[in-house]
Structure formats: C-alpha cells, structure tokens
Design a protein around this ligand. Structure first.
Ligand SMILES: [Zn+2]
Length: 447
C-alpha cells in the first residue's frame, strides 16, 4: 500500500476524532471553560498515546493553560520534526449567528462546520493523520507541541520554550495554523505582520458641562479624540505615522472580486491605502480603531464630554519591531493632541512580525511533497494577521527550518460564525504532511 492509500483509509477515523475535539468547548478566553481546555489537552494526550506515542504529557508555563508535549524519538541518524498546532479556540460569539451549533461538527456538502474545525483543531487532526500513516513509527523523530492559549496571545509560550528547550529542539518546525491560498491551492506562509495595540484617552475638562453654555469655546473630549484619530491616516487611507516601515511586496495579486466577496465591503465604499492588495494586506502597516468609550447614544444629553477613550490596533510590517512600532504610535498620539487636550496612551498586546526563509533541503522536500499530495504546486503567501509564536520559535531555534502550513482556505472564517473546513483540502493536507515526513527521512545526505 502506498502512503496515498494508507492516508485515504485512515481519514474517516481522523475526521471522527476531529469532531470529538470540536465538541470540547476549549475557549481559552473564557475562564468558565478552563475545565474544557483541560479536557481538550487530556483528550489529545490520549489520542497520541493511542497513535503509538511513547511519551505524551500536559505541560504548562507559569501555571498557565495546558499544552501538550509528545515525542517520538528519532530513529538513528534521522532528523527531528516538531509539529505545532493549538487546541484552544476563539469564543463562538452569538450562537444565533451560526447556521449549525458551533460545538457540534456538522458536515454540509464538501465542508465541515464548527468552531475550531480549521483554527486549529484541523491542524491537530492533520498531525494525527500523518502519525497514524506510519502506525506510530514515523520515519523521522517527531515532537508534537499543541498549545492551549494561542487565541489569547500565548502569554506563557516564551516560558515553555525556555523550560522545555531540549524537548522542543528540532530540525524543522511545521506550524499548521495559517491559511491556504484557495480551495485546492496549498500555500506556505513566509511573512506575518506583527501587532501593537494601545488605548488612548483624551481629557479636556474636569467634569462635563452644559453644551449650550460652554459649546463653541470649550472643546469636548470626544471631538478632540476624533480629530486625533483622524491624523492616523492620510486622505488616501495610508498610515500616516512616522517610523512605521513596510516590507517589499510579493508578485502575487489578490483578485479584487475575491477581496470584495470575502471582506463584505459595501457597494460604493472605496478601498483604502495604495499599492497592490497583497502589499497593503501583508507588507504595509495598518491602523484600525477597534473600540471606543464615550457616552452611548441612548444616554446622550447636551453635555460637553470631559473624557473619551479609543482602542487602536496597529498591524506592523514584516521586518519591523513591535516595541519600536508602539513607540512610534505613542509619539504620534502625543504629538498630535488637538487643542492642547491631555492625552494618555496605555500599551496593549504586542506581537512580533516574522519573515520566514523558505529555502534549503527541508523546504524543497516539503514543496515536492505538497505538490504530489495536492496535484498543484504550493504558493508562498504572506498573512496580514499575526502568529506571535512563529517569532518566538524563530528566536529560540534560529537554525531550524520553519514551515507554516494550513488547513483553512479563504472561506474558512476562522474566529467568525460558521467556521468551516473544506474536506477535500483536509484530505490533501493530511497526505501532504505524511509524504513530507517520509521525504525528510530520505534526505539522508544531510545526516
Ligand atoms: Zn490559530
């Protein structure tokens, strides 16, 4: 039997395990679901032990969320591959927004719906399929690292990487947590934007005052805040903050119709920014105002508002530094306070961007394995979002090859309602990973 046959035969079992994992509500952002995150980790340990893993355990950094560490020792002279995914998921949001119950994985047509089917329990299932393809005896050393707090910023990851450095050391890291280019079209992600968030508070008055008595001479804080926020972009919608750089754009072009459909941009609304679409989404910084604290409309009175607050999310170009980007944002906000308003900026979450070098024998072998499994050559893509752990891994293991793979496609709606997984792509991803491990074992010239 070829690996193609073996993987095809084991898919139904893997899919059924994926459905069981989706039924566990491992929402890391919800303290009430901590027990479910725990149950999810323990279920993965059980699945790995059943898959023949001699060593699988739950670990945690600083007493944080449970991660799974499992190891199949390398046969003599063989490299070690670390397979990453995360078992925590985003909150389901309003269940009424879903066509199917979020925690009941449901097949409709060629897709499987449910929270986490693509982000990232589908990634775990791909790893499971690849291991089962070798009946518990993979041809290379395999380490699995399945994180439990990726969706809340991986706060303890650095600590885990330090504490389990020896156990996690590998020649190749396969991070199955990104997006493919299209249904039927695999991709390796080679650049990720970073993130710097902040909250800006604007104060103009000691207390609210009558807008009729004082309006026209005394500035209200909300108008001042709006003027400040308006300085973040130029008229075309490009980020107007000094000190935020951009990375060189790839040759790929994002079809505008596809972007229109995926983003839900309303009729007549313009795109913002300049440059190609992928350049704007992957290579240049972006700034969004994601929340506002002010008097709600229902409670409005004719009062000049003394204080208003906004949360700003800055996406940072690959190659930039998150702390420097935050400093640039801070300087800009302080320098552009209108009318002498008092501005206080508080830092929020940050994530380092990444540029990944897709060269060398492992990358070439992976490219060939993916081409064979999918029947089409993979493309190299960037992501506008962040996977902070990529930078952490890159820093901890600078000599290793990092391969960022995916099970999701542009219609997977990770983090949103009706998250789904394309079953044909899932099958191809499982086969690709098995073929890739097999190919790594044949790179014996390296060892
Ligand atoms: Zn994810």
């Amino acid at each position: 039997m070829t690996l193609h046959d073996v993987v095809r035969d084991l898919l139904p079992g893997v899919l059924s395990d994926l459905k069981d994992l989706v039924a566990i509500e491992s929402v890391s952002a919800d303290p009430a679901q901590a027990g479910e995150v725990e149950r999810s980790a323990l279920t993965i340990v059980r699945l790995l032990v059943e898959a023949g893993c001699p060593e699988a355990l739950v670990i945690r950094g600083n007493g944080g969320a449970p991660a799974v560490l499992a190891r199949f020792p390398a046969p003599a002279g063989m490299p070690t591959v670390c397979l990453y995914a995360h078992h925590d998921v985003q909150p389901e949001g309003d269940p009424n927004g879903w066509a199917t119950p979020p925690f009941v994985a449901t097949e409709i047509g060629d897709r499987l719906f449910g929270r986490g089917v693509s982000d990232d329990k589908g990634g775990i299932a791909v790893h499971l399929a690849a291991l089962r393809a070798f009946r518990g005896k993979p041809p290379v050393g395999v380490t699995l690292f399945i994180e439990g707090e990726e969706e809340v910023g991986s706060a303890d990851l650095a600590q885990l990487l330090e504490e389990y450095r020896d156990e996690l050391a590998a020649d190749v890291y396969v991070i199955a947590d990104s997006g493919n280019w299209a249904v039927g079209q695999p991709a390796f992600t080679t650049s990720l934007r970073g993130l710097a968030e902040c909250t800006v508070e604007v104060r103009t008055l000691r207390h609210g005052v009558h807008s009729g008595d004082y309006g026209g001479v005394v500035p209200d804080a909300l108008t001042a805040l709006c003027r400040l926020l308006a300085t973040l972009h130029d008229d075309q919608g490009n980020v107007a903050i000094a000190g935020l750089g951009a990375a060189p754009p790839p040759a790929l072009e994002y079809p505008p119709q596809r972007l229109q459909a995926e983003s839900g941009l309303l009729e007549g609304v313009h795109w913002i920014g300049t440059g190609s679409f992928v350049e704007r989404m992957w290579c240049k910084p972006a700034i969004s105002v994601i929340a506002l604290d002010a008097t709600p409309v229902a409670k409005a009175s004719n009062t000049l508002i003394p204080v208003a607050r906004a949360k700003i999310s800055a996406r940072i170009a690959p190659g930039e530094d998150a702390a420097q980007a935050f400093a640039a944002l801070l300087t800009h906000l302080n320098d552009h306070a209108p009318w002498g308003a008092q501005v206080t900026v508080t830092d929020g979450q940050t994530a380092e961007p990444s540029l990944i070098d897709f060269t060398g024998p492992y990358a070439e072998a992976a490219h060939a394995a993916f081409t064979e499994a999918w029947g089409v050559e993979p493309v190299l893509v960037g992501q506008g979002g962040s996977i902070p752990m990529v930078a952490d891994f890159g820093k901890a293991f600078p000599d290793a090859t990092i391969l960022i793979t995916a099970v999701g496609d542009p219609d997977s709606r990770a983090h949103g309602a009706d998250e789904s997984l394309h079953l044909g792509d899932f099958a191809a991803a499982c086969l690709a990973e098995a073929l890739m491990l097999d190919a790594f074992a044949r790179l014996d010239a390296l060892h």
